[in-house]
Design a protein around this ligand. Structure first.
Ligand SMILES: *[C@@H]1O[C@H](CO)[C@@H](O)[C@H](O)[C@H]1NC(C)=O
Ligand SMILES: *[C@@H]1O[C@H](CO)[C@@H](O)[C@H](O)[C@H]1NC(C)=O
Length: 924
C-alpha cells in the first residue's frame, strides 16, 4: 500500500468519524433505561444502555426536568450482588466519569435508596437519595489501565439501586496528571465558577471536556457559605487567554469575584473529606485598573501557615492581563469544613480576585482480587452466557453471583458454583489455577473430555462433577488433596482404575454410573509394581553411596583451598596501600598509548576534566583516551583512588573503563571507544540530519541510560552520583546501545547521605537546588536526566536565547508551558514527524516534568523513571503491532560523520530503527 493510499484511508476514517458524531471524540453518554438515541440541546449524543441485560427499566417524571435522559432510569434488585456497566476506554488515557441519579417518582418503597458506587474493584461513593427532584452527581477522574472500565452499583442498604446517566469524557492533556495516579483516583468535591452571571452551570460546548462548572450563585445546602462582606462580581466580554488543553474554559474565566474590602473568604463543605486532596485555583486579571494600582494577595487557610508564603500577582504571574494563572497544590490535607481566605498584602491597593477553583479528593485504588485475570479469562470463553457478563472484579465490591471469595484485602476465589449452566466442552483449565478454591460445583452440565489436574488447589474440600459426560481416568492427584472431604463424579463416562489413595481416604466419594471405572488393579499389575519397586530401591541405594563418596572427596579439597585463600588475603591487606590501583585496574605504558593514539592526534572530545583522543591498540582494539588536565587531581593518591573505584564499576550501560596510565606527570584514563558518538550529536549535530534516531530509538536510549544511572545510584556501594549527566555524556555504540560516560570521576556519596562539595555540572543541566544548597543527592542526577528526556522529545538544547521564543530562555519553562497546556505536538521534535504514539510521548513528558521539579524530594527515583520509560516503550511497540501497517525505512549502510572524527558507521541500527510505524495521533 503506498502513502497516498494510506492517507486516503485516514481521511475517509476521519470523515466517517466526524460525520457520525456531533461531539468530541472520546465522549460516551449513556441514557440508562432509555430506548433510543437522541441529541440534547447541548449537542451531546445520548445512547440507550440497552446492551445491559441486568435490571429493569422504568419511566419517571419530575416537575422541573424535561431532559429526555432524565425521564428513564435503570434499576436493580436490592440483593447482595453487584450490577456493572462495562465501558470501552482507550487504555492509558485519562477520563472523567460521571454518574447521575434522579429519583423522581420511581419506586414505591417508603425509604429512599442508599447504595454504593464503585469503579472496578474500588469504592467510589455511597449514593444517598434524600430528595426526589434533585440530581445527585458523582464525578471521578481516572487513568485507564485496561481497554474497559466498569462502573458498579452494589450494597443496597435501603431501597433499590438505580441510575439515570453514565458519562465518559476523555481528556487529552495532563492537567490532572499526578504522581499518585496509579494508586489514587481523583473524586470531585468542588468545581466552582466564581462571579457566574446566571444560575446555569457552564459545561459543553463551552467546556470542550464537558466538566460542569457550578455557579457560585446557587447555594446548595452546606456547600459554599460564609461570603466575606465587600465581595463583588466582575466580568468581561474581552477574550481571556486560557491557552488550550484542560484549563478552565474562557467563559468561566471571564467572570470572577473581587474583595473590595481587601479580602475574599469562603467556607466550603467538602464532600468526602477529611483527607488528602488536589486543589487548584484559577485566576485571570479581568478588571481594568489604573497603572499605579496593584493587586497582590495571599491565601490563608486556618492551621496551615506555610500556605500563606507565596504572594499572588495575577497579572505578573500570568504575564499579562486576560491571561490564566493557575496555582495549586497536588497534595493537600483538607478538612470537611474548609475555610479559606484571600487577603490583599499591605503594599497592594486592590483586594483579591478569584475566577474558579477545583478540589478533588484522592480515592485509593483497589487493584482487586488476586484471581481477577484468571476469572476474566474463564468468562471470556462463555460470552454467550448471562453469568459471564456480570462485569467488574469477580470479588469486589461484591462477588459475582456464582462466585464466593474470602475476605482478604486482595481476595481469592474460594467457591465456584456453575451447576446446571449448560456448560459444554472441557473443564476450563483456569479453574485449576484458582489456588484458594475450596468448593467447586460443575455438576449437571454437558462437560466432556478428561478431568484436569487440580493438584495446585490444595484447599479443595468439595468437588462436584456429577452428571456430565467426562471421560478418561480419575487424576491420581485427587488422592493428594489434604483437605478433600467430598468428591462426586457420578454418571459420567470415566474409565480406568480408581487411584489407590482415594479408596482408603475418609471422604465421601461417589462414582456410580461410570461403567468402566474399576476399583482395583489385577494381580499381574501388583507383581510388576513390586518388582519395579525392588529394582528402584537398589538403584537409589547405589546412587546414595556414590554421592557420599564423591562429596567426601570434594570436602577435603575445598578445605585445602580455603587455607590458601586466607593466606592470600592476608598478603593483600598488608600491601593494599602500596598496590591500591594496580590490584584491579590495568596499567598501560605511556608509550603504548602514544603509539595507539599516534601521539594524541585525533581529538574526539573535551570537557569533564580533560581532552579525549581516539586510539587503536596493537591488537586492533579501538579506545578512547582521556588525558586529564593537571588541575583535576591534587595528587597521585587521589588519582589512584579514582582509578580503583572506576575499575569496580561494570555495567552494560556504562562506558567500560579499560585501564589507566600515569607517567611523566600525565594522568590518563582509557575507555572503550563508542562508534556512534554522543546522543547530543544525533539530536542536534550533523548526524541528526540523517534522522535515524526515531522515537522508539530515543526511548531505548533513554532506557539504556536510565539503567546505567540506576546502577550507579542503587547498584554501587557507596552510591555514586554522576553530577554531570548531559546528552553529550550519553554515548552510543556500534549497535546504538547507549552507555553513560564520565561517571566515577564524581565523588561517591558518603553513607548514602548528602555530600557537600564544590559544585560540578554543566549549565542547563545543573540542579538549581544543588547549586544553591551545595548539598548533593541522587536527585541532582534526576534533574539532569529530566532535561535529557525533554531533549529527546524536542531535540532542543537546554538553554537558548533564540529557540524558545520571546517568553522563554530554557527548555523547562518552554516545554512545561506546552505540556501543561495539553499540546505536546508543539514541542515534539519536527524530525520525528508524526511517527510516534502520543500516549508514549505523554508518558515521557510527564515524567520529565517531575524530574525537573525544583525540590529534590518532589523528583522520582531513577527506578520509577525507568519504569515509565519502559511503559512508554510498551505503548510504542504495542501500537505498532496492533496497527499492523509498518513500513521499512531505507537508511542502513549510509555513513555517518561525527563532529570531529570521520568514521564510517557500520551496522548501527537496532532492528526497530528500520521500522517506521505509521500512526495517526489525531485519529483517536
Ligand atoms: C499526600 O501526602 C501525605 C503526607 O505527606 C502522604 O501520606 C500521601 O501518600 C500523599 N498522597 C496522597 C495521594 O494522599
Ligand atoms: C440450558 O438449556 C436449556 C435448553 O435449551 C434451557 O431451557 C435452559 O434455560 C438452559 N439453562 C441455562 C442456565 O442457561
Amino acid at each position: 500500500m503506498d502513502m497516498t493510499c494510506i492517507f486516503l484511508l485516514v481521511f475517509l476514517l476521519l470523515f466517517l468519524c466526524s460525520g457520525s458524531k456531533a461531539q468530541m471524540p472520546g465522549f460516551l453518554s449513556l441514557d440508562c433505561g432509555g430506548t433510543e438515541n437522541h441529541t440534547d440541546s447541548l449537542g451531546l449524543l445520548w445512547t440507550p444502555d440497552d446492551q445491559n441485560t441486568f435490571g429493569g427499566t422504568s419511566f419517571i417524571s419530575t416537575p422541573n426536568e424535561a431532559r429526555k435522559q432524565y425521564t428513564t432510569v435503570r434499576y436493580f434488585p436490592a440483593d447482595d450482588n453487584k450490577y456493572c456497566f462495562t465501558l470501552q476506554v482507550e487504555n492509558r488515557t485519562r477520563y472523567l466519569v460521571r454518574a447521575t441519579f434522579l429519583y423522581g417518582n420511581f419506586g414505591t418503597s417508603d425509604a429512599y435508596p442508599k447504595f454504593d458506587l464503585s469503579l472496578e474493584a474500588s469504592y467510589w461513593s455511597t449514593i444517598v437519595i434524600s430528595d426526589e427532584n434533585t440530581i445527585e452527581i458523582e464525578e471521578l477522574i481516572f487513568l485507564a489501565t485496561l481497554p474497559t472500565v466498569s462502573v458498579c452499583l452494589s450494597n443496597a442498604t435501603t431501597g433499590q439501586p438505580f441510575i439515570s446517566t453514565l458519562e465518559l469524557r476523555q481528556f487529552n492533556g495532563s492537567l490532572y496528571f499526578t504522581i499518585f495516579e496509579t494508586q489514587y483516583f481523583l473524586s470531585l468535591s468542588a468545581r466552582i465558577n466564581f462571579g457566574a452571571e446566571s444560575n446555569d452551570s457552564v459545561r459543553y460546548p463551552d467546556d470542550p471536556f464537558d466538566r460542569i462548572w457550578e455557579p457560585d450563585s446557587v447555594r446548595r445546602a452546606n456547600y459554599l457559605v460564609d461570603v466575606a462582606p465587600g465581595t463583588e462580581k466582575v466580568s468581561t466580554t474581552k477574550p481571556v487567554d486560557v491557552s488550550y488543553g484542560e484549563r478552565p474554559p474562557e467563559k468561566v474565566m471571564q467572570t470572577a469575584v473581587v474583595g473590595r474590602n481587601g479580602s475574599l473568604g469562603y467556607r466550603l463543605d467538602l464532600e468526602g473529606f477529611p483527607g488528602f486532596g488536589w486543589a487548584f485555583s484559577y485566576f485571570a486579571e479581568i478588571e481594568d485598573f489604573r497603572a499605579d494600582e496593584t493587586r497582590k494577595f495571599k491565601l490563608f487557610i486556618p492551621g496551615m501557615p506555610a500556605i500563606s508564603k507565596p504572594t499572588v500577582d495575577v497579572e505578573e504571574n500570568a504575564q499579562g492581563k486576560f491571561r490564566l494563572y493557575e496555582p495549586g497544590y497536588d497534595n493537600l490535607s483538607l478538612p470537611f469544613i474548609f475555610s479559606f481566605e484571600f487577603k490583599k498584602t499591605n503594599d497592594s491597593s486592590l483586594g483579591p480576585i478569584l475566577n474558579a477553583v477545583e478540589i478533588y479528593k484522592y480515592m485509593q485504588i483497589n487493584y482487586g482480587s488476586k484471581d481477577a485475570s484468571i476469572m476474566a479469562s474463564l468468562v471470556s470463553q462463555y460470552m454467550q452466557a448471562n453469568w459471564a457478563h456480570e462485569g467488574g472484579d469477580p470479588c469486589l465490591p461484591a462477588s459475582w453471583s456464582w462466585v464466593e471469595c474470602n475476605s482478604d484485602p486482595q481476595p481469592k476465589v474460594v467457591s465456584i458454583n456453575l451447576s446446571g449452566k449448560n456448560l459444554t466442552g472441557n473443564i476450563p483449565l483456569e479453574l485449576t489455577k484458582l489456588t484458594g478454591l475450596i468448593d467447586l460445583q460443575l455438576d449437571g452440565n454437558f462437560l466432556t473430555g478428561s478431568i484436569p489436574d487440580f493438584g495446585e488447589c490444595i484447599d479443595l474440600e468439595s468437588i462436584h462433577l456429577e452428571n456430565n459426560q467426562l471421560t478418561g481416568a480419575l487424576p491420581s492427584t485427587f488422592a493428594d488433596l489434604p483437605n478433600l472431604k467430598e468428591l462426586d463424579v457420578r454418571n459420567n463416562k470415566l474409565s480406568g482404575v480408581i487411584p489407590q489413595g482415594l479408596i482408603g481416604k475418609h471422604i465421601s466419594f461417589n462414582y456410580e454410573g461410570n461403567p468402566n471405572l474399576t476399583s482395583r488393579k489385577n494381580g499381574l499389575n501388583h507383581t510388576i509394581v513390586i518388582i519395579i519397586s525392588v529394582v528402584l530401591g537398589v538403584l537409589v541405594a547405589l546412587a546414595a553411596l556414590i554421592t557420599y563418596f564423591s562429596f567426601a572427596h570434594k570436602r577435603n579439597n575445598s578445605h585445602q583451598k580455603g587455607n590458601v585463600a586466607t593466606i592470600q588475603q592476608t598478603k593483600k591487606l598488608s600491601t593494599y596501600f602500596s598496590e591500591v590501583a594496580t590490584e584491579s585496574a590495568h596499567r598501560y605504558d605511556l608509550s603504548e598509548i602514544e603509539d595507539a593514539t599516534a601521539n594524541f592526534q585525533k581529538k574526539i572530545g573535551s570537557g569533564g576534566f580533560g581532552v579525549v583522543y581516539y586510539g587503536k591498540l596493537k591488537d586492533g582494539k579501538e579506545i578512547a583516551v582521556k588525558v586529564l588536565t593537571n588541575e583535576s587531581y591534587q595528587g597521585i593518591r587521589e588519582f589512584l583512588n579514582e582509578v580503583t573505584l572506576l575499575s569496580r564499576i561494570h555495567h552494560r550501560n556504562l562506558v567500560t573503563f579499560l585501564g589507566y596510565s600515569q607517567q611523566d606527570g600525565k594522568n590518563i584514563l582509557v575507555y572503550e571507544f563508542m562508534h556512534n558518538g554522543t546522543l547530543k550529536e544525533h539530536l542536534r549535530g550533523p548526524a541528526s540530519l540523517e534522522r535515524t534516531v526515531n522515537w522508539i530509538n530515543r526511548l531505548q536510549i533513554a532506557e539504556d541510560a536510565a539503567r546505567g544511572i540506576e546502577y550507579l545510584h542503587a547498584g554501587c556501594s557507596p552510591t555514586i552520583i554522576h553530577r554531570d549527566l548531559k546528552s553529550s555524556n550519553i554515548l552510543l555504540d556500534k549497535n546504538m546501545n547507549a552507555k553513560v560516560a564520565d561517571f566515577g570521576l564524581s565523588k561517591p556519596a558518603v553513607d548514602g547521605s548528602h555530600v557537600s562539595s564544590i559544585v560540578r555540572g554543566t549549565v542547563g543541566y545543573l540542579d538549581p537546588e544543588y547549586y544553591t544548597s551545595q548539598q548533593l543527592t541522587e536527585k541532582s542526577d534526576i534533574y539532569s536526566f529530566g532535561i535529557i528526556l525533554l531533549e529527546l522529545i524536542s531535540g532542543q538544547e537546554p538553554i537558548s536565547n533564540e529557540r524558545f521564543g520571546a517568553n522563554f530562555r530554557n527548555i523547562i519553562a518552554w516545554a512545561t508551558s506546552y505540556i501543561e497546556g495539553g499540546n505536546i505536538q508543539a514541542i515534539a521534535d519536527p524530525f520525528l514527524e508524526d511517527n510516534f504514539e502520543l500516549q508514549s510521548m505523554w508518558k515521557i513528558a510527564e515524567i520529565a516534568i517531575l524530574c525537573v521539579k525544583p525540590h529534590g524530594n518532589q523528583r522520582p527515583s531513577i527506578s520509577s523513571v525507568l519504569k515509565e520509560i519502559q511503559e512508554a516503550i510498551a505503548i510504542e511497540q504495542g501500537s505498532g503491532a496492533t496497527n499492523g501497517c509498518m513500513l521499512t525505512g531505507n537508511s542502513p549502510g549510509s555513513s555517518l560523520n561525527l563532529d570531529s572524527v570521520a568514521l564510517t558507521g557500520s551496522e548501527r541500527h537496532r532492528d526497530a530503527s528500520f521500522l517506521r510505524v505509521i500512526s495517526q495521533p489525531g485519529l483517536r
